[in-house]
Design a protein around this ligand. Sequence first.
Ligand code: CS2
Length: 489
Amino acid sequence: MTRTALSNATLQQLPQPVEIPGYDRAKVAPGIVHLGVGAFHRAHQAAYVDDCLSAGETGWGIVGVSLRSPDTRDALAPQDGLYTLAIRSSGAEKLRIIGSIGSMLVAPEDPGEVLAALTDARTRIVTLTITEKAYLRAAGGGLDTAHPDVVADLARPELPKTAHGFLTEALARRRAAGIAPFTVLCCDNLPANGATLHRLIVEFAALRDARLARHIADEVAFPSSMVDRIVPATTDDDRARVARQLGVADAWPVMTEPFSQWVIEDHFPGGRPAWEQFGVTMVADVRPYEDMKLRLLNGAHSAIAYLGLLSGHPTVDRAFADPAIRQFVDALWAEAIPTLPSDAGLDTASYTAELAQRFSNTALAHRTAQIANDGSQKLPQRIIASALERLEGGDRPDHLSLVVAAWIAACEERGKTLPDGHFTDPLDAALGETATRQLSSTETVASIFDLAGFAKGKPEGESLMELTARHLERLRRGGPAAAFSAMGT
Ligand code: CS2
C-alpha cells in the first residue's frame, strides 16, 4: 500500500499518542551544523535540540551534513527533514516526531554549500558523529598524514572530503571574514574526544599554515562530551510497523531505547542551547564519565558482539541471555572497574546493573554484527587501555585479553561459519592477507597488533599479546566454550 509521506503538511493528522514538535519550525534559524547525520545523531543530539526548540529557543536549528552517502538526505528531504524516533522497550513503543533538522546537505555533491553553512555567522556550534575511523588517526594518536583523503584535502582546501578539511577551511574563512569561530563538539566514542579532535585539526591546519594552526589551537573551543544511547539499525519491519501506527509513511524512522545520556564540558564561547534543562549534564571534566562508558558499556558491547557471533547469537539480548556470556561480562566488568578513577564519585555498581537491563531489552534486536564493525578502531579505548593498565599494576587481564582474541577469531570466521562481509573493518584487506598465511596464534596476534597499531605496553610478566595468543589458540580449537573453560589457567 502506498501511503502519503510524513511532512510538515501531514504532521497535524498524526494519531494522538504520537508526539509532534511543539514549535513553529518555520521560525527556527540554523545555529548548529552537524557532520555525520546518521541514526545515532538523529536519536540523540537532534532529540535534545528538539526539546530545546519545544521550550521556545529559535536559534539552534540543525543543518545535517552527510560526509559520504546521500541516503539520509534522500529519505528525509521529501519529509521536510522530519522523522520518527521510536523509543522501544520490551513490551512498549513510544513514537516521537523530531523536527530539529531543518535542512540537509551531502558533502560530496556540493562541498561549497557545506562550507557556506559552516561559515554562516549564525552557526555557532559544529557537532560531529562521523565514527571512530573517520578521525584518520595514525598509531600513536596523531593525524595520519599519509591518508589519501588528508593528502587530497591539503592539495585542494576549497573542495574538502574529510571533517578535518571542512572544519579547517571553514575556520580559516571565518577568521578572514572577522566572524568568531564556532565551537566544535565531538560526539563520537573516543577518549577525550574534544581534545583528540582538537589535536588532529591543529595538526592538519599546521600542514596548511602555521598561523591558522595557532589560531585554532588558541581560539577555538573543543569541549569533550560523552554520548550514550543504543541505536540499532532500522529494518524494513520497523518501517512497516511505524507507518501503520502513524498512518503515513516514514522512509527512515530511527529505533532506540528509553535510556539517553549526554555529559558535556561546558565551554561554549559562542553560546549554546539550554541543554541542561533537558537532562544533559554540563561538567568541567568529562573524562571519568567517558572512561566509565567506553570501558564498561562499549567494552562489554564488543565482548558480547564477538563472543556472541562466535556462539551463534544474532542479537545482544540473545547473547546476553546466554549464561556463559553473561558470566563472562560480569567478570569483564570486575576486571575493568579498578581502572576507573576512584575519586570521581562514579557508582559503577548501579551503572553495570542498569547496563545489564539495557542489554536485555528484547525490543531492540541490536545486532551483534552491527557492533562488530570496525573493531580495530574501537578496541584500543574499549578494551586495550584497561588491559594494559591492569598489566602495569601486576594483574593478569584474562577477560579483557579474551575480547581481543575473540575479535581476531570472529574476523577469521568470516567466509567460514559467518557470512563473508558479515561485519567490516578498515583493515579488512590486510586482515584477509594475514589469514591466507595460515599463521600460528602467536604469529597472527603479533602481526595484527602491528597492523592495527595496538599499544603493547611494557609488562614485567606476560604481555597482552601472549595472553591474547593463548586465548586465540583455544578459540580456534574449541570456540568460546574452550576459551571459557580454560579461563584463569
Ligand atoms: C556500540 C555503540 O556499535 C557499537 O560499537 O557499542 O554504538 C553503542 O551502542 C553506543 O555507544 C551506545 O551509546
